[in-house]
Design a protein around this ligand. Sequence first.
Ligand code: PLP
Length: 432
Amino acid sequence: MKTYSKSAALLERARKVLASGVSSEFRKYNHPHALFYTHGKGSRIYDVDGNEYLDFTLSQGPLILGHSHPEVLKAVGEYSETGQLFAGQHLKEIELAEKLNELIPSAELMRFCLDGSEAVQTAFRVARAKTGKNKFLRFEGHYHGWMDNVCWGISAPSPEALGSREKPHVFPWTQGLPEGVENDFIILPWNDLELVRKIVAERAAEIAAIITEPIMCNNGCIEPIPGFLQGLRDICTENNIALIFDEVITGFRISLGGAQTYFGVTPDLSIFAKAIASGYAISAIVGKYEWMQLIEQAKVIHAGTMNANNPTVAAALATIEVLENEQPHENMIRLGRKLMEGLRSAAAATGHAMLVEGPGPMFAISFTSLKKTADYRDTLMADKAKLGRFIAGMHDEGIRVIGRGLWYISAVHKDEDIDRAVATAEKVLKNI
Ligand code: PLP
């Protein structure tokens, strides 16, 4: 049995100076409490108590090449020798932008930022400025960062509490939001094109943007029903609305060109972060020239002291180079699907109703008798307490999975890792 006593002692010390001992809300929800780590290598991460974990969290997704990939570390080290931040232009920044332009269909013009949350806000600003309209339409259960206007829609206690599909009740995720900020957006259940069409027909004059995760990865891992993304594309084109794909998770993970390449639907604006740079703090707001030219013309302001700093740009270029040279996506899909199938079999063998959904490089499990989920409301019907017991049991056996049941596969996971995860899952499922 694993012990966590050194982490517990450090957490007690941390709590005296760090609010709840952590630097991000999500890090509180580890098992059995926030843990302290010493190092990571490949598909493994190690905590201060000397526990080793086979890691399927990949640090909330960014580590597509696993922990401490030598080529990424080498590129970061070498380029950092030239300086850490010029707050001026440098050659590698152009090389990275040229690379994204080559790989991502919508990336005609772009700007680099530090994280997904701020890049999302930049996209909203561009959409408002270009259309002269104010609201954005978004979907229940999708996560677009923690800023005031998106800190909603992910914390409903039950499907019933969400109320009608046409006019859902919205739950703030935090106190301290400015009065009236909920008027910035309209929220609807996902994957219901007819409903989007109806609401846009009534309110097109107010809507500047529709934002969606192209695969809903923040509650379950739900793919769009066939035609949904193309339907959004058409609605946006017909109504002078920006279509924004939030590719913070799907970008570089589902394919080098993101979900827009995978599904063949090109948005006006999109956000890339997480896997773009293997854990270094860089994101990109990319878009079609007709939208992004507002930033070029300084009609829309975008700034940031730390943007495109040397280590992050070097990390992104090195990550993309490895992905291009090694082409791991097919194998990541294969391994992911093998793990999904193994978990289904383990659940069946132990008498649990477990739903396993997603494209493979990421997927989600939930304890529910539903055979498929279409939206956030469906995900709220699952047994969260049982999921918590399963995740904790896996953790105690040395397998690290995100608490909401999301699994990420990296380019360095191997068949034997998958086999071990399946065997461990079967053992844990017998005891929950
Ligand atoms: N959008 C999506 C889809 C995300 O999953 C996240 C973070 O998990 C964000 C935006 C916010 O990105 P960041 O945490 O880099 O600010």
